[in-house]
Design a protein around this ligand. Sequence first.
Ligand code: ADP
Length: 386
Amino acid sequence: MTSSLAPTLAIIGGGQLARMLAQPAIALGLPLRLLSEAQGGSAAQVIVDHEVGDYRDLATLHHITRGCAVVTFDHEHVPTAHLHDLESGGIAVRPGPEALVHAQDKGVMRARLSELGVPCPRHALVTTAEEVAAFGFPAVLKTTRGGYDGKGVWVAWSLEDCADAFSTAAAAGVQILAEELVDFRRELSALVARSPSGQAAAYPVVESTQVDGVCREVIAPAPDLDPELAGQAQAIALRIAGALGVTGILAVELFETTDGRILVNELAMRPHNTGHWSQDGAVTSQFENHLRAVMDLPLGSPLPRARWTVMVNILGGASETGRLYDGYPHAMARDPFLRVHLYGKELRPGRKVGHVNAYGDDLDDCLERARHAAAWFRGDLGNESE
Ligand code: ADP
């Protein structure tokens, strides 16, 4: 007799992405096992079968994945050697180490994408400020590993501006990648899901707004995007996913340049902030398609359910004046169509604690509703009347 129970999926990393994977896992009847960095973390609050431990420890990884069919990730920081070790122990690692290294190391990513002929900003690995000068100012300097949300990215206009980047890189034992400072109109993101069997699904290309290196707002689909460029962006994402053998979600962050080209900024191989709109705005969310893809199940449709969906992140403000659960009565009464997603995190300045999605036929209306709600939760509105 065959078992009717689904195999268990292990997730490494207990942030909000793992938490949001739990939602479709419930619907699909897919058991999850979680390795969380912290007791009571965002995902550990909702995934019963969890342990707290260090993802850099191989024995911990072996322990948590024992008996699981597949392991996937909430972040890209698990050491490559550990991933190889898990694979040779017989567990399916998705995305696998050969693919994941392109999301872990910006130097490796640029080299491979250039080999594939994918349009990228001009770039070079540099070891001294003089080499940056030879590359040409202004230059964007990036640590090859360990950067996120704008940390590990500097703009250098002169030799003196290079010091911080090189001292950070030296302390972390990583390299510095120099890139031309791209003159962009806006940032776009092309998300695809790809299964080990090679099936792929491309989401509509979205516009994302970053503030201080942190995603603030996403509009799906990107307004007034030339259909030719949108098609190119999707084709680039599908091509990268196939060439690198990505399994799960691949997010390709792109620049739309002022002269009408698209260039790849960076890659993420997990559900991505620029895909959160899909929870309420697409037939199948990026979280469900990540699960389907890593379990090698047929993918769900990535098509939008509404003409427009706007996602706005809820970030802690400069002071801790925001309101989360306390903000529900006003937000819900004002807009019964608003979709709220909170991560079970305490408000702290600059911390992503949730997001809202508003969808509909009128973009300005969706923008107003989503921005209002996010500002309300953030505490930027209404304090004066309290
Ligand atoms: P992170 O790993 O922190 O997400 P990114 O490489 O995405 O770092 O850079 C963060 C932000 O810095 C980008 O969203 C973009 O706004 C800006 N940026 C990065 N590279 C360039 C570039 N070559 N030219 C202009 N702006 C850039």
